[in-house]
Write a protein that binds this ligand. Structure first.
Ligand SMILES: [Fe+2]
Ligand SMILES: [Fe+2]
Length: 478
């Protein structure tokens, strides 16, 4: 097939796949996914956020080491005035190479076409569009996607990736989406094949995904070379081997993406302090991490949740975080407005200048739960949902003075829940300039020591699972 017709086909397919995802009876859906899978699985081209609106990070796999580059041009065609951005490649666990490039100099309200090139590989031409007004954009929030290797089913990854692809395409068919917030457990075993399945979602060639380290991602080592995230903290005392906390901005929103597998509270607080200091004009602070804190709907996890609340609650309080997006429990819940571990005002459809933080958990994409084990922690929970194994995704609309969250069951037209956080001033109603207590400092110190010993356990687990990892790298570095 000629290159031009291949590119054209790719564009048409993108449109048709998004359409097919919105019409459940569309019979060609399976056929199209088959084509997308064959076309996209091996190269794993995927966008991650850059540091701010003017940047976009790209990552993909190829068979050999090379100096990768991305060709970028305004509009739908790449021609002679295209710009070239060079990057680097790192050795990935399955014997191939992961290529990393950062595109810079992006302007508001424009459409760009791009093509990834590395030794022996030229990608399709994909497009993305920047927001006309940087402070007004929409993001999808999902969690626990779990693209899953299955020893008993060779199509396990392909089938779970299809659910992710069709769910994300349905969300993206509702309005222009500028970002996916993925709150961890992208994979189930942490295999590179699972991340390639995740990357096959066609929408992730058109807007970036901010991924979070889930406990399942930490079962393997592939996440370390899969991601291409900005402003990642590297000077930790203790960190997860596969990655750490990172931040980026979109307009006046500061996103703080935390590694909640790592209990090193001293590192997490230092990271948030630096990120907030580096972005003094950010009106909104949205934190995302994997572990559920408040819903506690799985009783045997409650003691873990209690410790995590002691670690993370004071950090959200001190730095006036507006919204915390979580995962792990696979249960949909939204808390009341919380401060200092207590409800300060009830959950409402509109919460104006809340005097604390709202925490939210969404359901899993491929492992939705029913309502068993429901009912704990009512003192914190403002809205709980019993999804009866239904797939849930959320659209977050950001404006200069509000964040509106709309939650949908896959396949249904109307949102089943919607709420807004409104701030009439930059600070809103959240207390500011709180001095951290000695007790909170002690908890963070204990967390850091615990994190160190926990990493020794992680090293043992990785060795037992057959990974060739270095003790000092796993225990001390990220
Ligand atoms: Fe999970
Ligand atoms: Fe999890």
């Amino acid at each position: 097939m000629k290159k031009t017709s291949k590119r054209f086909l790719s564009l048409i397919l993108a449109v048709v796949v998004i359409f097919a995802a919105t019409v459940p009876s569309f019979a060609a859906g399976d056929l199209l996914w088959e084509h997308v899978w064959n076309e996209e699985y091996n190269n794993g081209v995927i966008l991650f956020p850059g540091s701010n609106n003017s940047e976009m990070n790209v990552s993909w796999y190829s068979a050999t080491e090379s100096e990768p580059r991305v060709i970028v041009d305004e509009g739908l065609i790449i021609d002679s005035d295209a710009k070239e951005y060079k990057g680097y490649s790192v050795a990935a666990p399955d014997g191939d190479w992961s290529n990393k490039v950062t595109i810079t100099g992006l302007e508001s309200g424009k459409t760009y076409s791009y093509q990834c090139i590395s030794e022996g590989f030229v990608s399709n031409v994909y497009t993305f569009s920047t927001d006309a007004n940087e402070n007004e954009f929409s993001a999808v929030y999902m969690t626990d996607i779990h693209t899953s290797h299955d020893d008993a089913n060779p199509d396990g990854i392909k089938n779970t990736a299809e659910i992710f692809n069709s769910t994300l395409s349905e969300a993206a068919s509702r309005k222009k989406i500028s970002l996916l917030l993925s709150a961890g457990d992208q994979a189930s075993e942490g295999y590179e094949t699972e991340y390639k399945g995740y990357s096959s979602a066609l929408a992730l060639k058109s807007f970036p995904v901010a991924t979070t380290i889930g406990n399942h991602d930490r079962k393997g080592v592939a996440y370390k070379t899969f991601k291409n995230v900005p402003n990642e903290r590297t000077n930790n005392m203790v960190a997860s081997y596969i990655g750490g906390d990172y931040w980026f901005t979109k307009g006046d929103v500061l996103f703080l993406v935390m590694d909640s597998n790592n209990a090193s509270g001293m590192d997490h607080r230092a990271f948030v302090k630096e990120a907030v200091k580096a972005n003094p004009d950010a009106k909104w602070k949205v934190m995302m991490m994997h572990h559920d804190l408040y819903s506690g709907r799985i009783p045997h996890r409650e003691s873990e949740n209690e410790l995590l609340r002691m670690l993370w609650g004071p950090i959200a309080d001190e730095f006036a975080i507006d919204l915390v997006l979580l995962g792990h429990s696979h249960y949909y819940t939204v808390t009341n407005v919380l401060y200092n571990g207590k409800t300060v005002s009830d959950y409402e459809q509109t919460m104006t200048d809340p005097e604390g933080t709202v925490y939210m958990v969404s359901g899993s994409i491929t492992r939705p739960r029913d309502d068993e084990d429901i009912g704990l922690n009512d003192e914190w929970i403002g809205y709980a949902n019993t999804p009866d194994n239904r797939v849930i995704y959320n659209i977050l609309d950001f404006t200069e003075d509000s964040i509106t969250v709309s939650s949908y069951y896959k396949g249904e037209a109307e949102a089943f829940n919607s709420y807004s956080i409104v701030k009439t001033t930059k600070e809103g109603g959240h207390p500011v300039q709180i001095l951290p207590s000695i007790f909170d400092g002690f908890v963070r110190f204990v967390g850091t020591v615990y994190g160190l010993f926990n990493n020794i356990g992680v090293y043992g687990d990785l060795k037992d699972a057959g990974f060739d990892v270095d003790f000092f790298e796993v225990v001390f570095n990220n």
